[in-house]
Ligand binder design. Sequence first.
Ligand SMILES: Cc1cc2nc3c(=O)[nH]c(=O)nc-3n(C[C@H](O)[C@H](O)[C@H](O)COP(=O)(O)OP(=O)(O)OC[C@H]3O[C@@H](n4cnc5c(N)ncnc54)[C@H](O)[C@@H]3O)c2cc1C
Length: 394
Amino acid sequence: MSLFLSKDEEAFKTKARNFAEDHVIPQANEVEAGKYPRELIRDMGRENLLGAPFSKSDGGQGLGWVSEVIVAEEISAANAATEMSRAASTTLYAAPLAYFGNNQQKKDFLRPVLTGESIGALALTEPLAGSDAAGIRTTVAQRGDSYVLNGEKRFITNGGLADQYFLFAITDRKKGGRRGMSAFLVPRESSGVKVVKAYSLLGMRGANVAHIRFRNVKLPPENLVGRKNQGFDILLDELDRERPVVSAEMLGIARAAYEAALEYSNKREQFGRPIREFQAISFRIADMAVKLEASRLLILNSGRLLDMGRSIRKAGAIAKVYATEASFEVANSALQVHGGIGYTRDTPVERYFRDARFMMIGGGTSDIMRHIIQREAYRDLESRSKARKQVMIR
Ligand SMILES: Cc1cc2nc3c(=O)[nH]c(=O)nc-3n(C[C@H](O)[C@H](O)[C@H](O)COP(=O)(O)OP(=O)(O)OC[C@H]3O[C@@H](n4cnc5c(N)ncnc54)[C@H](O)[C@@H]3O)c2cc1C
């Protein structure tokens, strides 16, 4: 039992864990061999494991963001690529639509994703703009009543097979990315959309991560989400919500790696005794346990703050930089505890190691997280000193 989870959240955790053990683990090898987990996502929809944070009236579960991080950890502990595919659709794509879409857009484009019938993807990154999200070059121009989209997006999770993209593009070049960006819904079947390639990845091998080209793609006016030129605000809100969830994915990998190392070190014998009796091993296990616990608390803190309607710009970046780096360190330690067998594909530990590397890059790199944390820290300092000055003036 956790002090931090309500009874409903505990029940949701049990349901997610049971699903992961009964359905995701048995299919993990197939997914790793490249089979996109579409059927699994559909099954998650049937089990009400999609849409935890969104209101019931929008087709969600009305449980909140803490529940979303719970499901992310549980599915990822079973197979991180399956979880990455789920979250790209039902967190990254769904969140900005749930918070900024109108009722018709939610009915047509959000509900089917939350049942798992349809798959979404978030299309931001481009060949010439990654960390510098405001520097995107993809444009949407108004032509009479409709819009015309041109540009390229790369590294788009679910990109090759999503039914629709939640896409960011420049609608006013003069205003630049921060004030001239807008958000659009783009069906993949639209004329002029071409999936150029799916990347071969170091880890997360069951995920579909694609490069997509858009040439004169016509979009009806009703596919604009939010107001024209509101895109950058929508994007910042999405990134804040995404960060605890992707951090929880890395926590899931770390937990699986830790549990494997714990068991292996208990039964593997060298020099006539279990290797756990060597302090080099058992202290490594202790350090792994510390990192897991700290990651989980930071992630739950961000989820809870989101549920309270508070800003998590700094808390989310702290959770992400810590949990993603800790996950890689834990996976690396687990591999070391396994010795030679850890370096083979006879155990899933090498997969944990490859998968855990991803989120120091995706969703904003560790460097960008540190940039956000220091910026917010100095902003806090400035507002504290302003408040002190005002008290002195009074
Ligand atoms: C498997 C995978 C899946 C992805 N899925 C999606 C998706 O679904 N949708 C989507 O839109 N994008 C997605 N991405 C893109 C991902 O978010 C970007 O790769 C990431 O934001 C970094 O951008 P970049 O790769 O262009 O690197 P760059 O921005 O070119 O960075 C290169 C290096 O420079 C550093 N750097 C850059 N700017 C600064 C700075 N100001 N200060 C310090 N260091 C800096 C970075 O930290 C990094 O080390 C995915 C990427 C991968 C690999």
